[in-house]
Design a protein around this ligand. Structure first.
Ligand code: CA
Length: 366
């Protein structure tokens, strides 16, 4: 090989490795001999979200993602962002993208557990992995390959599109002193967390974001979870409930930037690499922005708000209920069983070292 050829090949290989980031799946790596560069032809993609326009952190995160794709591609890759209900209702983005009515969407993975129960695992598990741990499982522990394989059946290609960090346990109008206080309690709580609450005697309900405040204010519901101090106070929950509980049900929820698979495969290698890099950047930025904004909002919580931790008997019952849910869903769904097996293998691998590194250090530091 001539020296100049060698240098060119090496440079391209390096670009490929950097661009595909940590989505390490084989099909995503670029064969440096056949790299398909977009030759200045402009591509425009329609992306619908499940959030209102420019919604803080999640919505502004996807706005920045689109901006970065345009910048990194020298203006050849335009992603037009459509907030919820403009092109598609918030919770129909999955079906619409699957049917190629839109090119892509930004949403939360656990919304689609009705399509396949395994999707709730890719979206995050109650009492399970934190955001940093979820990203590690997805990228290095085999989670992402399973997710991509299972989305392919819906003609979809997922990328990680952000993560929230640990979420708070929610706002309650009455204090929860023991497990028995959950009996008949009406709470807005989606996902596997809602299923656990149901087994603990509560009555989980689903409400669109726009209706939660009024329902809590009027007592139609007794409690709600949302995200964390920054977005929760923006919703005004601190004005209608006094007890703010620490989290357990969403320790590391994963958001997605998902593409119609056929559309994704028609993109140039260059555009796919740019989108992948921009999604990685977005994920890091969102996690850091959530941390910063939550810290600020927590500091400024009004004095009527009391921070509480759920009683021990409730959390013990939640752990048992979660394991029963795993058992039931594994019997019904082979995909859930496979995803759970991979998830738990990483959990077991990670925990011993995490306990003596992160957990131990946080205790020392405090
Ligand atoms: Ca939540």
């Amino acid at each position: 090989m001539k020296r100049r050829d060698f240098l060119t090949t090496t440079a391209l290989s390096a670009t490929a490795i950097i661009s595909t980031g940590c989505h390490r799946a084989k099909e995503n790596s670029i064969n440096d001999k056949n790299i398909n560069i977009n030759r200045g032809k402009k591509v425009t993609l329609k992306l619908a979200t499940s959030w209102p326009a420019h919604f803080p952190i999640m919505g502004t995160g996807v706005d920045n993602f689109a901006k970065r794709c345009l910048e990194l591609s020298g203006g050849t890759l335009e992603i037009k962002v459509f907030p919820k209900n403009i092109l598609v209702p918030a919770l129909q983005v999955f079906d619409s993208c699957s049917a190629a009515q839109i090119d892509a969407f930004h949403s939360g993975v656990y919304y689609w557990k009705g399509k396949n129960p395994a999707f709730s695992i890719f979206g995050g598990m109650p009492l399970g992995l934190t955001s940093e741990e979820m990203l590690t499982w997805l990228k290095f522990g085999g989670g992402y390959e399973l997710w991509r394989e299972m989305y392919a059946k819906f003609n979809l290609y997922p990328l990680i599109g952000g993560t929230t960090g640990p979420q708070m346990g929610g706002w309650f109008k009455k204090e929860i002193k023991s497990l028995a206080d959950l009996k008949g309690l009406k709470m807005r709580i989606p996902g596997l967390g809602g299923e656990v609450m149901k087994r603990l005697g509560a009555n989980p309900v689903l409400l669109p974001a726009g209706e939660i405040y009024t329902a809590l204010e009027r007592g139609t519901i007794d409690a709600t979870e949302w995200v964390g101090p920054a977005l929760d106070t923006m919703m005004g929950f601190d004005k209608v409930a006094n007890y703010y509980y620490t989290g357990w049900h969403e320790p590391g929820s994963i958001l997605e930037i998902t593409f119609n698979k056929a559309r994704w495969e028609k993109l140039s290698d260059e555009h796919r690499a740019i989108i992948t890099s921009a999604s990685e950047e977005m994920t890091g930025n969102m996690l850091q922005e959530f941390r910063y904004e939550n810290a600020k909002a927590f500091k400024n919580l009004p004095s009527n708000v009391e921070i509480k931790t759920f009683p021990k008997d409730m959390m013990n019952a939640a752990k048992i209920a979660l394991k029963e849910i795993w058992k039931d869903k594994s019997k019904k769904s082979e995909d859930f069983k496979r995803a759970l097996k991979s998830y738990r293998a990483f959990y077991d691998l990670n925990k011993p070292y995490d306990d003596i590194s992160t957990k131990n250090f946080l205790e020392i530091r405090s």
